[in-house]
Each structure stands twice: as structure tokens, then as C-alpha cells.
Design a protein around this ligand. Sequence first.
Ligand code: S3P
Length: 166
Amino acid sequence: MKNIVLTGFMASGKSSVGKSLAQKLNIEFIDTDNLIEQNLNKKITDIFKENGEQYFRQQETKVIEELSDLTSCIISCGGGVVLNKYNIELLRKNGIIINLYASAQEVYKRISNNKDRPLLQNTTIEKIQSLMDYRKPFYENCDISIKTDNLSVEQITDLIISKILV
Ligand code: S3P
């Protein structure tokens, strides 16, 4: 089976949906952010703070290169993975790219009080919207797109399964 690769803006539901899909399909769940944290033994926020975003992006690509030969896995990607075309080319080799998206209002609601996302500290709905607008064409480079506002993790999981099993 091809991998199911979940992309999308921060807090669009990739990790929760990814875990749920993995459980339902009884296959492995992989999260690129977790792999980076494990490799460097450091939290994402500290990597951004101490090594900078560019270094983080290099680590992201390294992790994707390492997992690009796998099959039959759920791969949940950090929200910025799509910004590098090479990452998506690698992921597409064995995978179906599914983009999850949520409105800026919904993302704002989900991330309030969360300190784990360096790019969304002290943010506003307007700033989220502007980053989303910039990234839109990158997220649109996918095979299936799903709007997650008002859908439960379970509903999104079933929707993805129904779309890939046609
Ligand atoms: C980022 C998204 C984060 C994480 C890092 C950068 C981004 O992952 O990789 O903070 O640039 O969109 P999530 O999408 O899982 O929050």
C-alpha cells in the first residue's frame, strides 16, 4: 500500500488524524517533527531558538530523505514541509499527499495557549491568514484536499479512508 502523507497548516489536525488512521488501518504512524526531535534530542522550539529555522528545514529534509523508501505508513508532516518542492517529490514517490486545511479562525482557536509552535507565538488571526495565503499554492500541490473545520477526527479519518479506497 502507498503511504498516506498528511500535509497542512499548523493545527489543521495532521497528528490526531494520522494517529487515528494508523490505528484504524493497523499500520505505522510516523511524524516528521517527532523524528527531528528524536534525532537531535531537542524540542522543536529549542531547535528554532538555538539553531534557527534554516537548520530546522535542513533536518526536515534529511528526515524525509530517510523515510522516502518506506511504504504502507501514515506520515504526518510538519506544516512547512510543503515549502520545499524536493520534500514533496520524495514523499510523492511512495505516497498519496493529503492536505488538511482549517480556517485561520479555527487554527487560532486551536493554538491559543500552545507554546510548542515557534512560528505562531503571540500571533493573531490576521497573521495566521497572511501566512496561510502565502502557503496556499504549496498546500494545493496535493492529491486530495480536506477541509477539517467542524469535522471530528473520526469523521476526517473515515473520509480519507473512503477517498483512498475507491
Ligand atoms: C511548522 C510547523 C510545525 C513544526 C514547526 C514549523 C511550519 O509542525 O514543524 O514548528 O512551518 O508550519 P505542525 O504543523 O505539526 O504544527
